[in-house]
Design a protein around this ligand. Structure first.
Ligand SMILES: NC(=O)C1=CN([C@@H]2O[C@H](COP(=O)(O)OP(=O)(O)OC[C@H]3O[C@@H](n4cnc5c(N)ncnc54)[C@H](OP(=O)(O)O)[C@@H]3O)[C@@H](O)[C@H]2O)C=CC1
Ligand SMILES: CC(=O)N[C@@H](CCC(=O)OP(=O)(O)O)C(=O)O
Length: 341
């Protein structure tokens, strides 16, 4: 059995980690931290998990990172907070999976520019997108779990960028559910503001732009430029991403699907659709990323992906990374279908 702890267990991704890990046959949950809820049963906050046997006697603990000893520690904490916790864990005999953006950039200057905060210092970390970096994840001490939008976008674009058949400018449009904003309500997420509404935000300045761009650049000989715009939509979970690219050579839909199938042939969580269209109910609660591709007579390829932001976009992907780090089957604890309709 692997001992696992969660720092920041009272939030949305913390709750999802508990849901997935409590069904994982090779995991024992040790500590789940919260600053405010010391001694409170975890199922009092995460009510969907009531009665789940391994969680029944588990309570939140307000303990510092130096007191956490486990094989794996998940940090489900906000950016700016993880960078204060991870260095302490890094000194210990634990392996870390950080869900925040703090260790996703090799270049700290880019991080500081886009996040607007000073970093506490670089540590060796592997960008935790298993379909692209599986080999390095196996050996990693610290995994920087990707952002939710970058997960859907990078998986959608990698095969074409790697084949070097797309023009440099890539336009990406995403729609996200409100749980992406975390558990604390804001004016924007207040029900009358978001209900029956669609709100574009950070239209040309979202911090996931450089994250997507740096990963795609690594795969390409060209100077890839990403133009990304997110929209908040009145749903709880899910990210639907549409990318528009122009192909450098004539290639039909079947040819494109062939490229995707070949690229993702070893990846159980990638589903390539030929006829169906990805939808959010089709991935809700799952670790799948569903992908569809169309191309028009002007060499414009329109690519669509769907993920659950809290699963493949965060906690599920974190557990997938843990499975790889521990040498387990990647699907362990994650092999379940969606909730459609
Ligand atoms: N929500 C999503 O869809 C996704 C989120 N992420 C990232 O995952 C991380 C967690 O997100 P999410 O679960 O949504 O966030 P929430 O706001 O829902 O939860 C954050 C958690 O962090 C804890 N926390 C906050 N500040 C501190 C602090 N100073 N010290 C210790 N613990 C602290 C809170 O616990 P308490 O107040 O009880 O101590 C809470 O449990 C973030 O970095 C987010 O960007 C990544 C991909 C997708
Ligand atoms: C709806 C909403 O507000 N979404 C968040 C998603 C970011 C997130 O979860 O952050 P990381 O993936 O970088 O950790 C946002 O746009 O900032």
């Amino acid at each position: 059995m692997v001992e696992v702890s969660i720092i920041g267990g009272s939030g949305y991704t913390g709750g999802e980690l508990l849901r997935i890990l409590s069904n994982h046959p090779k995991v024992e949950i040790r500590y789940v931290t919260s600053r405010k809820l010391d001694g409170v049963p975890v199922t009092k906050i995460h009510k969907n998990l009531k009665g789940m046997e391994p969680l029944e006697n588990l309570t939140f603990k307000n303990i510092p990172p130096e007191d956490i000893d486990s094989d794996i520690v998940f940090c489900a904490t906000p950016h700016g907070v993880s960078m204060k916790i991870v260095p302490t864990l890094y000194e210990k005999d634990v392996r870390i999976i950080d869900l925040s953006g703090d260790y996703r950039f090799e270049d700290i200057e880019i991080y500081e520019k886009w996040y607007g905060i000073k970093h506490t210092g670089k540590l060796d970390a592997v960008y935790g997108l298993p379909e692209i970096h599986r080999e390095s994840i196996k050996r990693a001490k610290l995994v920087a779990n990707p952002g939710c939008f970058p997960t859907g976008a990078i998986l959608l674009l990698t095969p074409l960028v790697k084949e070097d058949i797309v023009e440099e400018n890539i336009v990406i449009d995403s729609k996200t559910g409100v749980s992406g904003a975390g558990i604390s309500p804001t004016d924007t997420t207040h029900f009358p503001n978001i209900n029956e509404n669609v709100i574009p935000y950070k239209i040309t300045s979202h911090r996931h732009t450089p994250e997507i761009e740096k990963e795609l650049k690594k795969l390409s000989n060209r100077d890839i430029k990403v133009f990304f715009t997110p929209h908040l939509v009145p749903i709880t979970r899910g990210i639907l991403t549409t990318a528009h690219v122009f192909l450098r050579e004539e290639i039909d839909k079947e040819g494109l699907i062939e490229i995707y199938r070949k690229f993702y042939r070893r990846d159980p969580f990638i589903r390539i659709f030929e006829e169906d269209i990805p939808s959010l109910t089709g991935v809700r609660g799952t670790n799948f990323c569903d992908i569809a591709i169309e191309v028009d007579k002007n060499r414009r390829a329109v690519l669509v992906s769907a993920i659950d932001n809290l699963v493949k976009g965060a906690s599920g992907q974190g557990v997938q990374n843990m499975n790889i780090m521990m040498g387990f089957d990647e699907r362990e604890g994650l092999w379940f279908g969606g909730l459609a309709p």
